[in-house]
Write a protein that binds this ligand. Structure first.
Ligand code: ADP
Ligand code: MG
Length: 555
């Protein structure tokens, strides 16, 4: 064995650990879900790796997750014989937090004094392995990567440092040994060495895990005490079961497992396709947008399985970018286990499948809109800005996207409107859907461009998301009505004020020559009522915000 090294946690990791040690999250039981989830991932990875690398020296005959409790020692061990970690991986994966946006997350967490808001944030972030420190005051991780000879022992009390050493005698896979906090073990409700307690947690949170979760139990028969392993999860792939035989709660826990979200999902979508290309899908719409929804490296949320075998996370071939927040599993029957991302991108069957999944997601939102408006409102306020990106990239579903979109409007200060409702309210003869873009509702509302519309009681959509500038600019229409910016071109509200033109001729001429270098034209307008003048763009011009955006992008 090599000497023991003491290393420091990266600053952000330390802060997160502090939160765990002081148990910011009220439901401590979930630490086990996190550890089992990691073990399950590790087994998935090992199986996949052995398919890819035939020379990998790893025993895959009895892949499993074991739970061993010791009442006297006050320990709980979660063990898997999965892929394991190399020493560098332990340092990189456990000692640091590589997720982008961690700093911002921690800042937000500090700002939010309200504890349920903090829990929401934690939920979005997914603390994973660190949740061990909610129940343990000392954690040992012993691991050996499949195919490697030496193992690694990592230990920490969740303070600023951890120790790490190379060991010769580690079995392949990972064991996490928790030295449980004494106060919990004494409390009947939080005794994580009790068989009933462990059974209950596994049934509640990890029943669907496809690997066997084996709990070591003690049995006394005729004065002879023996210890043996008993499988405590049912292990059936949820997506392969019919909906009526699965309690709703199980779907929720499954969602939490695959999404690493601690909140319940908003909606579930089940798809089953039979025929030449068979597949099953279980998709979820989250209730909250993740903190990194608009970050560049953001991954997509759908996992690919082939005949119950996990193949890959973040499968971009299955969901378009604008639906990157959709979580779930797709299990295809007729793909090779060796399928690569590149092959998936080109596969015609996969493309058909993706089209169908997208349509199902959009149809679900449409149904939600009609049947549970509150859910829809939540969905749209969380994900609307992402979904609208589809108006630029998904021509095929444009109509549906416009159907399920809603926008702030001058019609109602509180409630967004759908385009269908807008069009239904249109007065006879109005051929345009008027809109104005801007950084915020109040900026738009105080703009002189709106005056005449307001005075005439014409409804104007208030578009404040950055993406709005881009799709609405594509000169589109909805149900035969063209989108028209109130800030661009000639807006012919009624007859132009021609009788006044003569009277203003000298002023116009003078203004035109004085402002020659700054504006293209000076004209009388019917769009103002109280402001004397306003600047308008030409019909094809970029709006000021877009101009800024393009400039920022260096164009
Ligand atoms: P997440 O699971 O969301 O990635 P965790 O904090 O739960 O975050 O785990 C961090 C990383 O540590 C995992 O992504 C994985 O690479 C590694 N890891 C954790 N537990 C295990 C395990 N039992 N076997 C192998 N690797 C593991
Ligand atoms: Mg995890």
């Amino acid at each position: 064995n090599t000497p023991v090294e003491t290393l420091e946690f990266q600053a952000e990791a330390r802060q997160l650990l502090q939160l765990m040690v002081h148990s910011i999250y009220s439901n401590k039981d979930t630490f086990l879900r996190e550890l089992i989830s990691n073990a399950s991932d590790a087994l998935d990875k090992l199986r996949l790796e052995t398919y890819r690398d035939k020379d990998l020296a790893a025993d895959t005959s009895d892949l499993r997750i074991e739970l061993v409790a010791d009442r006297v020692e006050r320990t709980l061990t979660v063990r898997d014989n999965g892929i394991g970690m190399s020493r560098d991986e332990v340092v990189g994966l456990i000692g640091t937090i590589a997720k982008s946006g961690t700093a911002e997350f921690l800042r937000k967490l500090k700002e939010s004094k309200d504890s349920s808001a903090s829990q929401d944030l934690i939920g979005q972030f997914g603390v994973g392995f660190y949740s061990s420190f909610m129940v343990a005051d000392h954690v040992t991780l012993l691991t050996r990567k499949a195919g490697e000879a030496a193992g690694t022992r990592w230990e920490s009390a969740g303070e600023g440092t951890y120790t790490i050493e190379t060991v010769d005698d580690a079995p392949q896979g990972t064991s996490v040994i928790l030295k449980l906090k004494p106060e919990d073990t004494e409390d009947h409700l939080y005794d994580y060495t009790a068989e009933w307690k462990l059974r209950e947690i596994v049934t509640r949170y990890s029943d669907f895990i496809t690997w066997p979760v084996k709990l070591e139990v003690e049995r006394t028969v005729e004065d002879r005490t023996t210890r043996e392993f008993e499988t405590v999860n049912s292990g059936k792939a949820l997506w392969a079961r019919s909906k009526d035989e699965v309690p709703a709660e199980e779907y929720t826990e499954f969602y939490k497992h695959i999404s690493r979200d601690w909140n319940d999902p908003l909606e579930m979508i089940q798809v089953k396709a039979e025929g030449t290309f068979e597949y099953q899908a279980l998709l979820f719409l989250p209730a909250k947008a993740p903190y990194d929804l608009f970050m560049r490296e953001r991954k997509r949320g759908v996992q690919l399985y082939v005949k119950r075998v996990f193949i890959m996370d973040d499968c971009e071939a299955l969901m378009p970018e604008y639906l990157r927040f959709v979580k779930g599993v797709v299990d295809a029957a007729d793909l090779s286990l060796n399928v690569s991302r590149e092959i998936l991108q080109q596969d015609r069957q996969i493309q058909l499948m993706r089209r169908r999944l997208v349509k199902r997601v959009l149809a679900t939102v449409k149904t939600m809109m009609a049947e549970s408006p509150e859910k829809y409102a939540t969905f749209w306020s969380e994900f609307g800005p992402a979904v609208k990106e589809g108006l630029l990239s998904d021509a095929e579903n444009r109509e549906t996207l416009l159907d399920i979109a809603s926008f702030a409007s001058t019609h109602d200060a509180e409630k967004p409107t759908t385009l269908a409702d807008y069009v239904d309210r249109l007065p006879e003869g109005q051929e345009h859907i008027y809109y104005m873009t801007g950084a915020s509702r109040s900026i738009v509302e105080s703009s002189p461009h709106l005056e005449a519309f307001r005075a005439k009681g014409l409804e104007v959509l208030i578009l404040t998301d950055a993406i709005d500038e881009m799709w609405v600019d594509a000169g589109d229409e909805y149900r035969g009505k063209k989108f028209q910016s109130v800030a661009k071109g000639q807006v012919d509200l009624d007859s132009e004020k021609s009788e006044e033109a003569g009277e203003f001729e000298p002023l116009l001429t003078w203004l035109s020559s004085s402002l020659e270098d700054s504006v293209k034209q000076v004209r009388l307008s019917s769009r103002l009522t109280t402001s004397p003048a306003c600047l308008v763009g030409e019909a094809g011009d970029l709006t000021p915000t877009l101009e800024k955006m393009y400039r920022a992008m260096g164009q």
